[in-house]
Design a protein around this ligand. Structure first.
Ligand code: ZN
Length: 284
C-alpha cells in the first residue's frame, strides 16, 4: 500500500490573452476579452482553494505573467505552485531548437519578474512536445513535465531519443531525468466546455457540467478501486472553469473526491517528487 491510496492534482493553465493572440492570432477585442475573463476565474479559483485548504498548480504563460503580475503574485502568495507554460502559448513542435530555448528563457524571466518564482514543472502549450523539449527541460533543471498521455493515473519517466520507424517497430529511447505527470483530453475542461469557431476549426464545447462531472467522477472511481497510489490530474483553465455553473461543479467534485478514505490533494510538484523518491530511474 502506498502512503496515500489516491492523489488528486488540481491544475490550472492560466493562458489568459496569450492563447487568443498567440495560437488563434486574434486581434478582435471580443476574442481577446475571453482571455481577460481568466483573471476573474483566477479570483474565484483562489477563493475556492482557500476555502477547501487545497494547494493547486498553475501553469502560467510568460505573457500572462507580464500582463497580470498581480494575479501571479496572488497565486504565489496563497502558496500554490507555479509552472512554466511557454511565453505566448507557442507550440514547441513548430519551433526550432533555438527558438524553443528562447521561449523557455523568456517564460522563466517573466515568471521571475512577476513573482520571483523559478518553476520546477513544465506543461507544453497545446500538450505538444518537440523532440528537443525533454532535453531542454533537463538542461534548465526542471523536475517534471505534464504534457504526455502514456498512462492515465501513474507518473512515469519521460524518455529522450525515441525514433519513429514506419517499416518496423517503434524504437523507444532512454529514460530522462524528468518525471512525466500524464494528462488527458477527457480530463481537460477546454474541449468539453469551450466554444471555438475559426475558419479552419469548430469546437462545439458548451457541455453541461453534469456530463463532465460524470466523466471525471468515473475516472476517479476507477482509479480509486483499481490503481493503488494513482494520481488523478485535472487540467482546467481559469477562463473556462471560472464560469459560475462550472465552479459549482468543481466544488462538488472536490467534496466527492475528498469524501473518500486515503485521498489527498497535492500539487503536481509534490506528486512528482513522491514518484521520484519511490521509483528510482531505470538503468538506461
Ligand atoms: Zn495553455
Amino acid at each position: 500500500m502506498s502512503k496515500h491510496r489516491a492523489t488528486v492534482c488540481l491544475t490550472f493553465d492560466f493562458d489568459a490573452i496569450s492563447l487568443w493572440i498567440g495560437p488563434f492570432r486574434a486581434t478582435s477585442p471580443s476574442v481577446i476579452s475571453r482571455g481577460e475573463f481568466g483573471v476573474v476565474g483566477v479570483e474565484r479559483i483562489l477563493k475556492l482553494l482557500d476555502r477547501t485548504g487545497i494547494k493547486g498548480t498553475f501553469f502560467i504563460t510568460g505573457h500572462t505573467a507580464d500582463t497580470y503580475p498581480e494575479s501571479v503574485k496572488a497565486i504565489v502568495a496563497a502558496g500554490h505552485e507555479v509552472g512554466h507554460h511557454g511565453y505566448l502559448h507557442e507550440n514547441p513542435v513548430v519551433l526550432s531548437q533555438e527558438e524553443e530555448r528562447t521561449v523557455l528563457e523568456k517564460g522563466l524571466a517573466a515568471l521571475d519578474r512577476a513573482a520571483g518564482v523559478r518553476p520546477v514543472g513544465y506543461r507544453s502549450p497545446s500538450w505538444d512536445n518537440s523532440p528537443h523539449t525533454i532535453h531542454l527541460l533537463q538542461e534548465y533543471g526542471f523536475r517534471y513535465e505534464s504534457s504526455l498521455m502514456g498512462h492515465d493515473f501513474m507518473p512515469y519517466w519521460a524518455r529522450v531519443g525515441d525514433v519513429i520507424h514506419k517499416d518496423r517497430g517503434y524504437e523507444f529511447g532512454i529514460p530522462s531525468d524528468i518525471v512525466e505527470m500524464p494528462v488527458s483530453w477527457i480530463l481537460d475542461d477546454f474541449p468539453h466546455f469551450e466554444y471555438v469557431r475559426t475558419e479552419t476549426r469548430l469546437s462545439p464545447g458548451l457541455s453541461a457540467p453534469s456530463k463532465v462531472e460524470e466523466i471525471w467522477r468515473g475516472e476517479f472511481d476507477f482509479m480509486y478501486r483499481e490503481v493503488d497510489g494513482g494520481v488523478l490530474t485535472l487540467t482546467m483553465h481559469p477562463q473556462v472553469i471560472g464560469r459560475g455553473h462550472r465552479m459549482l461543479m468543481l466544488e462538488r467534485l472536490i467534496d466527492y473526491f475528498g469524501s473518500h478514505d486515503g485521498v489527498r490533494f497535492a500539487t503536481l510538484a509534490e506528486a512528482a517528487e513522491e514518484y521520484r523518491a519511490a521509483h528510482p530511474k531505470p538503468a538506461s
